[in-house]
Design a protein around this ligand. Structure first.
Ligand code: NAP
Length: 174
Protein backbone atom coordinates (compact mmCIF):
# COMPACT_ATOMS: atom_id res chain seq x y z
CA UNK A 1 0.00 0.00 0.00
CA UNK A 2 1.39 3.45 -0.88
CA UNK A 3 1.67 6.10 1.86
CA UNK A 4 -0.85 8.96 1.65
CA UNK A 5 0.48 12.10 -0.03
CA UNK A 6 0.63 15.24 2.12
CA UNK A 7 -1.64 18.05 0.89
CA UNK A 8 -0.19 21.20 -0.63
CA UNK A 9 -0.15 23.91 2.02
CA UNK A 10 -1.45 27.23 0.66
CA UNK A 11 -1.42 30.23 3.00
CA UNK A 12 -3.95 33.00 2.34
CA UNK A 13 -3.84 36.27 4.25
CA UNK A 14 -4.41 40.01 4.04
CA UNK A 15 -1.82 42.35 5.52
CA UNK A 16 -1.08 46.05 5.61
CA UNK A 17 2.08 47.61 4.18
CA UNK A 18 3.69 47.14 7.63
CA UNK A 19 2.58 43.45 7.70
CA UNK A 20 -0.21 43.88 10.26
CA UNK A 21 -2.77 41.05 10.30
CA UNK A 22 -4.89 42.24 13.22
CA UNK A 23 -5.26 44.80 15.99
CA UNK A 24 -7.14 44.12 19.23
CA UNK A 25 -8.51 40.87 17.82
CA UNK A 26 -9.88 42.41 14.63
CA UNK A 27 -8.77 43.10 11.08
CA UNK A 28 -8.36 46.90 11.11
CA UNK A 29 -9.60 47.67 7.58
CA UNK A 30 -12.74 47.08 5.56
CA UNK A 31 -12.01 45.97 2.02
CA UNK A 32 -15.01 44.14 0.45
CA UNK A 33 -12.92 43.37 -2.66
CA UNK A 34 -10.52 41.32 -0.56
CA UNK A 35 -13.33 39.67 1.40
CA UNK A 36 -14.87 38.53 -1.90
CA UNK A 37 -11.48 37.25 -3.10
CA UNK A 38 -11.03 35.28 0.14
CA UNK A 39 -14.55 33.84 0.03
CA UNK A 40 -14.12 32.69 -3.57
CA UNK A 41 -10.72 31.08 -2.94
CA UNK A 42 -11.85 29.36 0.27
CA UNK A 43 -15.11 27.95 -1.14
CA UNK A 44 -15.28 24.16 -1.03
CA UNK A 45 -11.88 23.74 0.64
CA UNK A 46 -10.36 22.20 3.71
CA UNK A 47 -9.33 25.16 5.89
CA UNK A 48 -6.67 25.15 8.60
CA UNK A 49 -7.25 27.69 11.39
CA UNK A 50 -5.96 28.57 14.82
CA UNK A 51 -8.49 28.37 17.64
CA UNK A 52 -8.73 32.17 18.05
CA UNK A 53 -9.42 32.77 14.37
CA UNK A 54 -11.97 29.93 14.40
CA UNK A 55 -13.79 31.51 17.37
CA UNK A 56 -13.86 34.88 15.60
CA UNK A 57 -15.11 33.43 12.31
CA UNK A 58 -17.84 31.20 13.76
CA UNK A 59 -20.91 31.46 11.56
CA UNK A 60 -18.90 32.50 8.53
CA UNK A 61 -18.15 29.00 7.16
CA UNK A 62 -20.22 27.13 4.58
CA UNK A 63 -21.26 23.46 4.60
CA UNK A 64 -18.95 22.73 1.64
CA UNK A 65 -15.90 23.63 3.75
CA UNK A 66 -14.14 21.31 6.19
CA UNK A 67 -12.44 23.01 9.14
CA UNK A 68 -9.28 21.79 10.79
CA UNK A 69 -8.79 23.79 13.98
CA UNK A 70 -5.48 23.75 15.85
CA UNK A 71 -5.93 23.79 19.63
CA UNK A 72 -4.60 22.02 22.67
CA UNK A 73 -8.29 21.74 23.71
CA UNK A 74 -9.11 18.88 21.37
CA UNK A 75 -12.55 18.46 22.98
CA UNK A 76 -13.46 21.75 21.22
CA UNK A 77 -16.65 21.33 19.24
CA UNK A 78 -16.00 22.15 15.58
CA UNK A 79 -19.19 22.07 13.58
CA UNK A 80 -18.23 20.93 10.08
CA UNK A 81 -14.73 19.90 11.02
CA UNK A 82 -12.16 18.62 13.45
CA UNK A 83 -9.90 19.86 16.24
CA UNK A 84 -6.27 18.72 16.25
CA UNK A 85 -3.51 19.37 18.80
CA UNK A 86 -0.64 19.85 16.35
CA UNK A 87 0.10 20.76 12.76
CA UNK A 88 1.46 17.25 12.17
CA UNK A 89 -1.83 15.69 13.33
CA UNK A 90 -3.86 18.07 11.17
CA UNK A 91 -1.78 17.30 8.08
CA UNK A 92 -1.98 13.58 8.84
CA UNK A 93 -5.79 13.71 8.94
CA UNK A 94 -5.97 15.67 5.68
CA UNK A 95 -3.54 13.24 4.01
CA UNK A 96 -5.53 10.22 5.19
CA UNK A 97 -8.66 11.81 3.68
CA UNK A 98 -6.91 12.31 0.34
CA UNK A 99 -7.08 16.12 0.57
CA UNK A 100 -4.97 17.67 -2.19
CA UNK A 101 -4.78 21.18 -0.75
CA UNK A 102 -5.08 22.62 2.74
CA UNK A 103 -5.81 26.35 2.79
CA UNK A 104 -4.18 28.00 5.80
CA UNK A 105 -6.42 30.86 6.99
CA UNK A 106 -4.52 32.14 10.03
CA UNK A 107 -4.10 33.62 12.44
CA UNK A 108 -0.61 34.83 13.14
CA UNK A 109 0.60 31.79 15.06
CA UNK A 110 -0.65 29.38 12.40
CA UNK A 111 0.96 31.37 9.57
CA UNK A 112 4.24 31.28 11.56
CA UNK A 113 3.99 27.51 12.01
CA UNK A 114 3.05 26.71 8.41
CA UNK A 115 5.18 29.13 6.37
CA UNK A 116 8.34 26.96 6.57
CA UNK A 117 6.33 24.05 5.08
CA UNK A 118 4.15 26.11 2.73
CA UNK A 119 4.01 25.59 -1.04
CA UNK A 120 2.19 28.80 -1.97
CA UNK A 121 1.24 32.11 -0.33
CA UNK A 122 -1.67 34.20 -1.59
CA UNK A 123 -1.10 37.56 0.00
CA UNK A 124 -3.29 40.62 -0.22
CA UNK A 125 -1.44 43.79 0.72
CA UNK A 126 -3.64 46.73 1.68
CA UNK A 127 -1.58 49.71 0.63
CA UNK A 128 -1.70 51.65 3.90
CA UNK A 129 -0.08 51.40 7.32
CA UNK A 130 -2.04 50.33 10.41
CA UNK A 131 -1.32 49.90 14.09
CA UNK A 132 -1.49 46.23 15.05
CA UNK A 133 -0.44 43.46 17.38
CA UNK A 134 -0.45 40.37 15.12
CA UNK A 135 1.89 40.26 12.11
CA UNK A 136 2.47 38.07 9.07
CA UNK A 137 5.98 36.57 8.93
CA UNK A 138 8.57 37.75 6.40
CA UNK A 139 9.00 35.55 3.32
CA UNK A 140 12.72 34.74 3.02
CA UNK A 141 13.55 35.99 -0.51
CA UNK A 142 15.78 33.01 -1.29
CA UNK A 143 12.82 30.66 -0.64
CA UNK A 144 9.98 32.44 -2.40
CA UNK A 145 9.35 33.91 -5.83
CA UNK A 146 6.44 35.92 -7.20
CA UNK A 147 4.28 34.08 -9.71
CA UNK A 148 1.71 36.82 -10.31
CA UNK A 149 0.82 40.19 -8.86
CA UNK A 150 -2.35 42.16 -9.54
CA UNK A 151 -2.97 45.76 -8.46
CA UNK A 152 -6.35 47.27 -7.65
CA UNK A 153 -7.03 51.00 -7.18
CA UNK A 154 -9.28 52.30 -4.40
CA UNK A 155 -12.93 52.86 -5.26
CA UNK A 156 -16.16 53.91 -3.54
CA UNK A 157 -16.39 50.58 -1.63
CA UNK A 158 -12.69 49.92 -1.04
CA UNK A 159 -10.94 52.87 0.61
CA UNK A 160 -7.37 51.67 -0.08
CA UNK A 161 -5.42 50.44 -3.06
CA UNK A 162 -4.46 46.78 -2.71
CA UNK A 163 -2.48 44.14 -4.52
CA UNK A 164 -2.79 40.36 -4.58
CA UNK A 165 0.53 38.54 -4.87
CA UNK A 166 0.87 34.82 -5.52
CA UNK A 167 4.14 33.54 -4.10
CA UNK A 168 5.51 30.09 -4.94
CA UNK A 169 8.20 28.28 -3.04
CA UNK A 170 11.43 28.33 -5.05
CA UNK A 171 12.67 24.83 -5.73
CA UNK A 172 16.12 24.04 -7.15
CA UNK A 173 16.82 27.72 -7.65
CA UNK A 174 13.60 28.32 -9.68
N1 NAP B 1 -5.60 39.60 8.15
C1 NAP B 1 -5.82 38.29 7.95
O1 NAP B 1 -5.74 37.78 6.82
C2 NAP B 1 -6.16 37.41 9.13
C3 NAP B 1 -6.47 36.07 8.91
C4 NAP B 1 -6.76 35.27 10.00
C5 NAP B 1 -6.76 35.79 11.29
N2 NAP B 1 -6.44 37.11 11.45
C6 NAP B 1 -6.36 37.68 12.81
O2 NAP B 1 -5.38 36.98 13.55
C7 NAP B 1 -5.71 37.10 14.92
C8 NAP B 1 -5.51 35.76 15.59
O3 NAP B 1 -4.16 35.34 15.45
P1 NAP B 1 -3.44 34.67 16.71
O4 NAP B 1 -2.04 34.34 16.30
O5 NAP B 1 -3.66 35.54 17.89
O6 NAP B 1 -4.32 33.37 16.98
P2 NAP B 1 -4.64 32.07 16.06
O7 NAP B 1 -3.42 31.67 15.31
O8 NAP B 1 -5.91 32.29 15.31
O9 NAP B 1 -5.00 31.01 17.20
C9 NAP B 1 -4.04 30.73 18.20
C10 NAP B 1 -4.44 29.45 18.90
O10 NAP B 1 -4.44 28.36 17.97
C11 NAP B 1 -3.92 27.20 18.60
N3 NAP B 1 -2.67 26.84 17.93
C12 NAP B 1 -1.90 27.62 17.12
N4 NAP B 1 -0.84 26.92 16.66
C13 NAP B 1 -0.95 25.68 17.18
C14 NAP B 1 -0.17 24.49 17.05
N5 NAP B 1 0.93 24.46 16.27
N6 NAP B 1 -0.57 23.39 17.72
C15 NAP B 1 -1.69 23.41 18.48
N7 NAP B 1 -2.47 24.51 18.63
C16 NAP B 1 -2.10 25.62 17.99
C17 NAP B 1 -3.78 27.55 20.07
O11 NAP B 1 -5.07 27.32 20.60
P3 NAP B 1 -5.37 26.94 22.15
O12 NAP B 1 -5.01 28.17 22.94
O13 NAP B 1 -6.83 26.64 22.16
O14 NAP B 1 -4.49 25.74 22.48
C18 NAP B 1 -3.50 29.05 20.01
O15 NAP B 1 -3.79 29.72 21.21
C19 NAP B 1 -7.16 37.54 14.99
O16 NAP B 1 -7.21 38.85 15.53
C20 NAP B 1 -7.65 37.53 13.56
O17 NAP B 1 -8.52 38.60 13.29
C21 NAP B 1 -6.14 37.93 10.41
Amino acid sequence: MTAPIAPRLVLIAAISQNRVLAADGKIPWRMPRDTAHFRARAAGHWLLLGRRTFEQMRGWFKPDQVLLVLTKETALSVSGGHARASLAEAVELASAQGVAELLVCGGGSVYQATLPLGDEVILTTVEAEFEGDVFFPELPPEQWRIQTETHFPPDENNPHAMRITHWLRSRNGN
